[in-house]
Design a binder for this molecule. Structure first.
Ligand SMILES: Nc1ncnc2c1ncn2[C@@H]1O[C@H](COP(=O)(O)OP(=O)(O)O)[C@@H](O)[C@H]1O
Ligand SMILES: Cc1cn([C@H]2C[C@H](O)[C@@H](COP(=O)(O)OP(=O)(O)O)O2)c(=O)[nH]c1=O
Length: 214
């Protein structure tokens, strides 16, 4: 049975870059990796609706924190069987964002923290009701909000398909979200967490070693 590893962090923290690095490092150790990134744009109708909402194309739906959270959750629910199958066939299943993204962003939108009503609700919906696989490890890729914002802005200039959406352009939301992420990591929400400093060189080997030591 493979290990389910999730990368979490703010927009522009470098999650995609870390996922690519980890995949290469694991392959170099002879381990097989399957990867998914949520939302699964272009793959799931729910993810495409999320994108519409994030770019203001769903009227007042995106104003509803719970409405958006249901779309993100249905996207993940649609991927659950594939994740379970990947876990049977690979050493590691690496996810770029998962349930904790909903917990952090939505709680931040509602001005709640890791102990608040939303975080309890999303656990009930996605883990208890939808039965989504629980991660073995969550990596919080931590960078100062300003660094994440600068990287997201640079990426937007370089690639117009990555134009910043309503969450990414809201600096105070990103700052609150960073605080909720710290809280989730601190209480070990859903799984053990490891905090990774996104500004220094990541030692991929030591990051995942605990998963493979009995
Ligand atoms: N460790 C790093 N140092 C400097 N720039 C980085 C680093 N990691 C990522 N970047 C750059 O920051 C931008 C955002 O990275 P990305 O991996 O797309 O972030 P995310 O997936 O978290 O939104 C990209 O342009 C990427 O090249
Ligand atoms: C997966 C997920 C993302 N989000 C937020 C985080 C991001 O601001 C936004 C879009 O996800 P993101 O992964 O940043 O997509 P992209 O890199 O293409 O912009 O959705 C949630 O609020 N809940 C979730 O469950």
């Amino acid at each position: 049975m493979g290990k389910l590893v999730v990368i979490e962090g703010l927009d522009g923290a470098g999650k995609r870059t870390l996922a690519n690095g980890l995949t290469e490092a694991l392959a170099a150790q002879g381990r097989t990796v399957a990867g998914h990134a949520f939302p699964r744009y272009g793959v799931s109708v729910h993810a495409d609706l999320v994108r519409d909402g994030l770019y203001g194309r769903l009227g007042d739906l995106s104003e509803s924190v719970y409405g958006m959270a249901v779309l993100y959750a249905l996207d993940r629910r649609g991927a659950a069987d594939e994740i379970r199958k990947d876990l049977e066939e690979h050493d590691v299943v690496l996810l770029d964002r998962y349930v904790a993204s909903s917990a952090a962003y939505s709680a931040a939108r509602l001005h709640q923290d890791e102990h608040g009503e939303f975080v309890r609700w999303v656990h009930e919906l996605e883990i208890e009701r939808f039965g989504l696989p629980v991660p073995d490890l969550q990596l919080l890729l931590r960078v100062p909000v300003e660094v994440a914002a600068e990287r997201a802005a640079k990426r937007e200039q370089a690639d117009e398909s990555r134009a910043r959406d309503i969450y990414e352009s809201d600096g105070s939301l990103q700052a609150r979200c960073g605080v909720v992420y710290d809280g989730l990591a601190n209480i070990g929400w859903l799984s053990p967490w490891q905090v990774v400093d996104g500004r220094s060189n990541v030692n991929f080997h030591s990051l995942l070693e605990p998963l493979f030591t009995p």
